[in-house]
Design a protein around this ligand. Structure first.
Ligand code: PTT
Ligand code: SF4
Length: 610
């Protein structure tokens, strides 16, 4: 094989063993890498209905066929498992040196199974892989863990770590690297914690085999130059994703006060231009010349790397209009290893519950000190924090009444930074995202603002599917960053060329989209296998707030979504995907995608439509 190393590292934590295994070329060609590898392994190897925190769950770290080569923004890694938050398929994507080192060590992925009796560190150094005692690291933040591991194993090592949130099984704990790269929103850090795996430290020194190394090198050189030439490049380097704050405010989609509103009175104070004045440095993922991690000093004069989602969810959505305070919450989340998006959601949920006097805890909108104390309590599962550590869906069930109407999640995963009262296309994107509410698969909102936001027409369904194929399929399987394409206009047709030079395999965009559809059908099958007869199209529905509580401010005052029209859009989406009216892939669809074996297993749990 070229491009792919053709090898995975299987780690059995209970036995304390790590074994290299070769994998089949059909896995590479049919599933490509990253998310594709992860879902295929989780589908094949997990039993239906296991507890996500049991040793039977498996944690997959998967790179792709372009990872580690000198190609634009190719230093990314997918981390996946059955999610403890949603109880469905969960994954995330982070930029990290660990992914480059993994590929240079000769592997494309790591599959971690079982549970270690004591805290452990997985060390990989080319062909050597061993489990080290992690007791001295347990309880440390992700930053200190990485620092110490690099001191012990070399500064160029790649490190993936969890913080106390993962150790304490907070259901939205994630995996952290490089003090500001974090991934695995649906609790991948908690799965790592349940396995008592504190960190992975990787060093590799091999050359990744390319089909045409000279061609790949030349293409990479040309591609990096092309990125630099793009007209939006300079502005991107100034503000990165943070420019979205002003855009969201102008578009009336900036989540505010637990998604009650789409405009925030203090948006300017947390926006991209304010951030520019506070900027102290800039960081990024390996292999990238668009480095978008912009660092400011927080309330305590400590460095914090900001992104749009972090600031929208910890800022406007909680009513906090002070960027250095938002940065302090963001830093706390990175060091403790907890997802900023869900953290912002649970804090704003608590603020609303407090306002409605449903909890015995006083916390007002924009109260930084209370928000910080609550975040600490979530991480350590104390008091109201314990209620919130399982996510808004579980918290709303415990509160009862109509709390689930304003618990802002879909399938249990908290909604990311776009209010959809007046954005039905984006709402469909959230509803059909394969991991629960996330914008990563189909960020159609910017397109939707241009074509007319009121409509529920077919073109919106088509756009959601098109974006899911490109972003959720192609980029997540190639495991490269999608931002060069979406943010500066780096053309998509580079990717089949990179793939050909790396692997020798010719794939058209259509071929890549077929892989994307296969991966989507399998992710959906995974959810259905977990939910069984409880699966229905209502799981792709939206929180009642977006239908029943119109926004009261800004240019879209009075707007809310129409439930019937949303449901019709959803049915059209299913038809176009070849899924039935419950949102379950039909036998014919699965068979056409080469997933006949999936129909056999799935039909044990639900009746499939021909
Ligand atoms: C992603 C989600 C996002 S999406 C953000 S900011 W964004 C939040 N970042 C967090 C963080 O930081 N710390 C933390 N403790 N929790 C966080 N949770 C949130 O996680 C990130 C960039 C960004 S910044 C985005 S959009 C793009 N995402 C990509 C993706 O998903 N796939 C892909 N092929 N390329 C992408 N490129 C961009 O990467 P999840 P990162 Mg992230 C600190 O994890 O679970 O996927 O959720 O990885 O290395 O930090 O880069 O405005
Ligand atoms: Fe990482 Fe940003 Fe570069 Fe993407 S553009 S690879 S998120 S630094």
């Amino acid at each position: 094989m070229h491009g792919w190393n053709g090898k995975l590292l299987r780690v059995d934590l209970a036995k304390g063993k790590a074994v290299a295994q070769e994998y089949d070329t059909t896995l590479a060609k049919n599933f490509l890498g990253g998310r594709g590898f992860a879902i295929k392994i989780l589908w094949d190897e997990l039993k239906s209905g296991i507890d996500a925190f049991s040793p039977e769950n498996k944690l997959v770290f998967a790179a792709g066929p372009l990872t580690g080569f000198p190609l634009p923004s190719s230093g990314k890694l997918v981390v996946a498992a059955k999610s403890p938050l949603t109880r469905g398929y969960g994954d995330g994507n982070l930029g990290t040196m660990a992914t480059v080192q993994l590929r240079k060590a000769g592997y494309d992925l790591i599959v971690v199974e079982g549970r270690s009796p004591e805290p452990a560190i997985l060390r990989i150094d080319d062909d050597e892989a061993e489990l080290l005692d992690g007791k001295d690291y347990w309880g440390l933040g992700a930053f200190e863990t990485e620092k110490r591991l690099k001191e012990g194993h070399g500064r160029t090592s790649g490190v993936l770590a969890i913080g106390p949130a993962g150790e304490n099984l907070v259901r939205f704990a994630n995996v952290v690297s490089q003090e500001g790269r974090a991934g695995g929103r649906p609790g991948m850090g908690a799965v790592m914690g349940s396995k008592k795996l504190k960190a992975v430290v990787i060093k590799g020194s091999k050359t990744i085999p390319a089909a045409d190394a000279d061609k790949l090198k030349a293409l990479g050189k040309e591609a990096y130059k092309e990125v630099l030439k793009k007209p939006n490049y300079d502005f991107w380097k100034r503000q990165g994703t943070m420019a979205t704050i002003e855009w969201s405010q102008e578009s009336s989609v900036l989540p505010t006060h637990n998604f009650r509103e789409g405009v925030f009175d203090e948006a300017e104070a947390i926006g991209g231009f304010t951030m520019e004045k506070l900027k102290v440095s800039q960081r990024g993922c390996p292999q990238c010349n668009m480095t978008c991690g912009i660092v400011i000093e927080d309330e305590n004069n400590l460095e914090s790397e900001l992104d749009y989602e972090n600031v929208a969810m910890l800022g406007s959505n909680t009513g906090l209009g002070n960027l250095r305070q938002v940065a302090a919450l963001n830093r706390l989340a990175d060091d403790y290893g907890i997802d900023t998006i869900s953290l912002g959601n649970v804090i704003s949920f608590a603020m609303e519950a407090s306002e409605k006097r449903l909890i015995d805890h006083e916390i007002g909108w924009g109260d930084f000190n209370e928000a910080k104390a609550l975040a600490e309590d979530v991480v350590h599962r104390r008091g109201t924090g314990a209620l919130l550590a399982d996510g808004t869906e579980a918290a709303a069930q415990k509160l009862g009444g109509n709390a689930s109407n304003w618990a802002m999640n879909i399938k249990g995963l908290e909604i990311t930074g776009y209010d959809c009262h007046a954005a039905p296309g984006m709402a469909l994107s959230y509803g059909t995202s394969p991991i629960g509410a996330h914008h990563k698969d189909a960020w159609v909102i910017s397109w939707e603002m241009r074509v007319g936001r009121e409509g529920y027409g077919e073109e919106k369904v088509d756009k959601v599917i098109e974006f899911q194929r490109i972003r959720g399929g192609m980029f997540e399987c190639l495991t490269t960053c999608r931002l060069p394409w979406i943010e500066v206009g780096f053309e998509l047709d580079w990717y089949p060329k990179f793939l050909k030079a790396a692997t020798g395999v010719t794939m058209t965009m259509e071929d890549l989209f077929t892989i994307a559809d296969r991966v989507y059908a399998l992710m959906r099958a995974f959810w259905v296998r977990e939910y069984k007869s409880r699966w229905s199209s209502t799981l792709d529905g939206l929180p009642a707030r977006w239908y029943d509580e119109p926004i009261t401010k800004g240019p879209f005052k009075g707007a809310s979504l129409d439930r019937e029209k949303y449901d019709s859009m959803l049915q059209l989406y299913y038809q176009k995907r070849g899924w039935d009216s419950r949102g379950i892939p039909k036998t014919k669809t699965l068979t056409n995608l080469g997933l006949r074996d999936v129909t056999q297993e799935l039909s044990q749990y639900v009746k499939l439509t021909a």
